[in-house]
Write a protein that binds this ligand. Structure first.
Ligand SMILES: CC(C)(COP(=O)(O)OP(=O)(O)OC[C@H]1O[C@@H](n2cnc3c(N)ncnc32)[C@H](O)[C@@H]1OP(=O)(O)O)[C@@H](O)C(=O)NCCC(=O)NCCSC(=O)C[C@H](O)C(=O)O
Ligand SMILES: [Mg+2]
Length: 354
């Protein structure tokens, strides 16, 4: 294990100094686009005007014969498209793939100063982050990159979940993590073909009604309720990220047409502490924006609490609800997020009354 004192020294002579605090600009959605697809690239200026983060995907979903075109397409995006204040990320190919090394050398060499974050798929343990960390430092030094490129791990293998805390703590470059339900399901041999969301087979059932002989009365219907198969892992990811000062995100929701279920999945993640989710299709940008911006009525109430209890101490009754030091902190989370988002979004600013 590295000495904590070394954490703030660059891992290569000439690489930029590591950051001490992960920046937290609006991050409600990471919008995926296939950079080898010219049509999608052409839409980027419009998409960037709506999205907080755009991500050029090089990994899964990009066919093998378009891997190089996707990498080159992303270089073109970095060099030629003005994204305004919207962050530019990439998802590189996995560390055990033959494309990963060229993804990193090309992207850092060509557009290292334009890339905010590199998303690394299928991270299994801190060793994967250590590899990327050192290599990025060498490439940044060689290319003269001025600020460190941050790293975002996808939590999508059983091993990754088992090592989630060590992954989050592996480097000061760790910007955050996303939850990858498709690969995780496959890795665990879960029997689902869905990408995120619930499953009608994953449910709990009320007790049976017994007849006079104490036998189960099969004629009386029993109530069932779908449970959330992802709750445990997402909650672990949120704790690991928060403990280590980085940001947790929900990942993809694959049923593009089922906007209601997408919204429900995103909202469950938001309530558990995630700051955003992936959008795979333009329609999911608006869903994420709605869900990951705190609700207006809650923000107004939270503002009222903060105003009524300036020192955040003691016990108070506000609108019939008990407020104390802990609820004050909950309200502060809500108001801080609303304040940060308002700086980007004048409509939200007006709605929140800032
Ligand atoms: C999912 C899609 C393949 C759907 O595409 P398509 O059938 O073309 O949808 P539409 O006809 O509704 O598209 C309408 C227009 O919008 C453009 N479009 C579609 N998606 C995007 C996008 N992401 N960014 C920009 N523009 C987009 C279409 O080109 C149409 O344009 P026009 O013809 O001019 O009207 C497609 O949405 C897509 O490929 N999405 C990204 C998929 C992706 O990145 N998948 C990988 C991430 S999920 C994953 O990897 C799993 C995870 O790792 C895990 O393990 O859980
Ligand atoms: Mg995956």
């Amino acid at each position: 294990m590295r000495s904590p004192r070394d954490f703030l020294k660059p891992l290569c002579v000439g690489a930029p100094d590591p950051i001490t605090e992960v920046p937290f600009p609006p991050s409600r959605m990471i919008h995926f686009f296939d950079a080898s697809n010219e049509k999608m690239r052409a839409k980027l200026p419009d998409i960037a005007a709506k999205a907080d983060i755009v991500l050029g995907n090089l990994e899964d979903a990009v066919p093998v014969d378009r891997k190089v075109a996707a990498r080159e397409g992303l270089v073109t995006v970095g060099k030629e498209i003005d994204l305004g204040g919207t962050q530019l990320w990439t998802r590189i190919n996995a560390l055990d793939s033959p494309w990963c090394i060229d993804d990193l050398t090309t992207l850092v060499g060509e557009i290292g100063d334009k890339l905010d974050v590199i998303m690394v798929p299928k991270v299994e343990g801190p060793w994967d982050i250590h590899y990327i960390d050192r290599l990025l430092a060498q490439l940044e030094a060689k290319a003269g990159v001025k600020k460190p490129i941050l790293v975002h791990a996808i939590l999508e293998t059983a091993q990754g979940v088992a090592h989630v805390d060590e992954i989050a703590a592996a480097s000061p470059r760790m910007q955050g993590m996303s939850f990858g339900p498709a690969d995780l399901a496959a890795s665990r041999r879960m029997k689902t073909t869905r990408v995120g969301g619930g499953h009608p087979g994953y449910l709990s059932m009320s007790d049976p009604t017994l007849d006079a002989d104490g036998q189960i009365d099969a004629s009386v219907a029993r109530v069932t309720a779908q449970q959330d198969p992802w709750h445990y892992s997402i909650a672990r990811m949120v704790d690991a990220c928060t403990t280590n000062g980085c940001l947790p995100f929900y990942g993809p929701f694959g049923d593009i047409k089922d906007v209601a279920a997408c919204e429900a999945q995103f909202r469950a993640a938001f309530l558990l502490g995630c700051v955003g989710a992936w959008s795979l299709h333009p329609v999911q940008i608006d869903i994420a924006k709605k869900v990951f911006s705190p609700p207006v009525d809650e923000v107004l109430f939270a503002k009222k609490v903060l105003e009524a209890i300036p020192d955040g101490k003691g016990v108070h009754m506000i609108d019939g609800k008990m407020q104390d030091d802990a609820t004050w902190k909950q309200c502060k989370v809500m108001v801080d997020l609303a304040t940060m988002l308002s700086e980007k979004d004048p409509e939200l600013k007006a709605a929140y009354g800032f």
